[in-house]
Design a protein around this ligand. Structure first.
Ligand code: ASP
Length: 339
């Protein structure tokens, strides 16, 4: 019989409205189970690990990601797959982080949650939970159908490091415009087999170390030298720079000089676009040619969530900025398409 580990971290799926204040607060896993008697009917043994203190995912952090990676490592040989119940607000960050922390992953790690609490009459939680379990246990010829870190939400399975929270009020909370969905559930559960990644080598390798010393420089017309300088001289090893269109920035000399000084001082700067669809093409326009020349890393079509967690992972594991830049530009876990 198959075996699945559900890790319950918190989120709306397990919240209840306080009768007096009407504020949504986390409940414990037994109360969740009471709302889904169907779990008993699954032909599967469900193990549950509930966090002692369940959280709203706005309180998520790298220490908890390490804890999640450790739980996956400890239970890896005993189960067929993992389902992580998590708030949707930062789910794409957690799924992206875990994808980098779990190298050669050979089993499904499916994040899910919901927009309405599991106790609500119109809840989306039950379908999300039941299908996430179905996906976590799905195998073909003894091999997991989706050995990836994914997000399952509103009938769609997304690669975790390609997705972002797009809507805070619809059940369709996530999108992944730069990569096809990995499965869709309707009357049948259909897997897009050609888009699913399988590990090239056997043997899970866990990387628990991430660094939080990463800054973000989001550009806008009129950004001042002082603001840019403050960000680029912060005590961090890397900067995720959100640029215009296909990776373009101002060509003002002061701006290019500040970037160059930061790179020369050992910082890594990665260029991703503020556009949600499409890719960075360094050198296509005059306004990105200089970036390439001074050594800004090309983030291609990475989401913000993937870029920030990948930088945290790389800086936590490699000291050489040249190597960090090279890996930032390399497809490590299906997070980018080199164009
Ligand atoms: N604030 C909640 C959280 O991210 C929202 C949700 O679960 O969808 O924990």
């Amino acid at each position: 019989m198959c075996q699945i580990l559900i890790i319950y971290t918190g989120g709306t799926i397990g919240m209840m409205s306080d009768p007096k204040t009407k504020v949504l607060r986390p409940i414990n896993f037994e109360q969740i189970m009471d709302n889904v008697p169907e779990l008993e009917r699954l032909n599967c043994r469900i193990k549950v690990h509930s966090f002692d203190e369940v959280i709203d995912s706005s309180n998520m952090n790298p220490a908890i990601w390490s804890k999640l990676a450790g739980l996956i490592q400890d239970n890896y040989d005993d189960v067929d797959g993992f389902v992580i119940l998590h708030g949707s607000d930062t789910m794409a960050f957690s799924a992206s982080a875990l994808s980098f922390m779990l190298e050669n992953l050979g089993k499904p790690v499916i994040f899910t949650g919901s927009q309405l609490p599991i106790s609500a009459i119109r809840t989306d939680a039950k379908e999300n939970l039941m299908t996430a379990i179905e996906i976590a246990k799905a195998k073909k010829n003894g091999v997991a159908r989706v050995p990836e870190v994914c997000i399952y939400f509103d009938y769609k399975l997304f690669r975790g490091n390609r997705s972002f929270k797009y809507n805070s009020s619809k059940f369709e909370a996530f999108r992944s415009p730069n990569y096809p969905i990995l499965a869709e559930s309707g009357v049948h559960l259909r897997f897009s087999i050609n888009d699913i990644r399988h590990p090239k080598e056997d043997g899970l390798i866990i990387h628990k170390k991430l660094t939080s010393e990463v800054a973000v420089l989001k550009l806008y017309p009129g950004i001042s030298p002082k603001v840019v300088e403050n960000i680029l001289t912060a005590d961090v090893g890397g900067v995720v720079m959100e640029t215009f269109g296909a990776g373009n920035t101002s060509t003002d000399q002061w701006f290019i000089d500040l970037l160059k000084q930061a790179i020369d001082s050992g910082k890594v700067i990665v260029d991703i676009s503020q556009c949600k669809v499409g890719t960075v093409e360094l050198g296509r326009y005059e306004t990105s040619k200089l970036l390439k020349d001074i050594g800004v890393a090309n983030g291609y079509d990475m989401t913000f969530e993937a870029a920030i967690t990948k930088t945290m992972y790389l800086l936590g594991n490699y000291d050489d900025p040249k190597l960090v830049k090279e890996y930032l530009e390399t497809d490590l876990r299906g997070e980018l398409t080199v164009s």
